[in-house]
Design a protein around this ligand. Sequence first.
Ligand code: CU
Length: 68
Amino acid sequence: MNKTTIKIKGMSCGHCKMAVEKALKANDCVVKAEVDLKKEQALVEYKDCLDSIESLEKAVEDAGYEVV
Ligand SMILES: [Cu+2]
């Protein structure tokens, strides 16, 4: 499985955590998305079918958060 960490700014509570995880999991190639609020990042596990990391970052931004 492929893994990546996305640094995200603007997450402050459990709702933000859920919103970001939901946005990432909306991609069928994402197997697991786990936000760590303290570290301000999301750990994502994805299959080879993912077109690009940028599409994950875009999903986070579309949900209203800033990728750093
Ligand atoms: Cu929040």
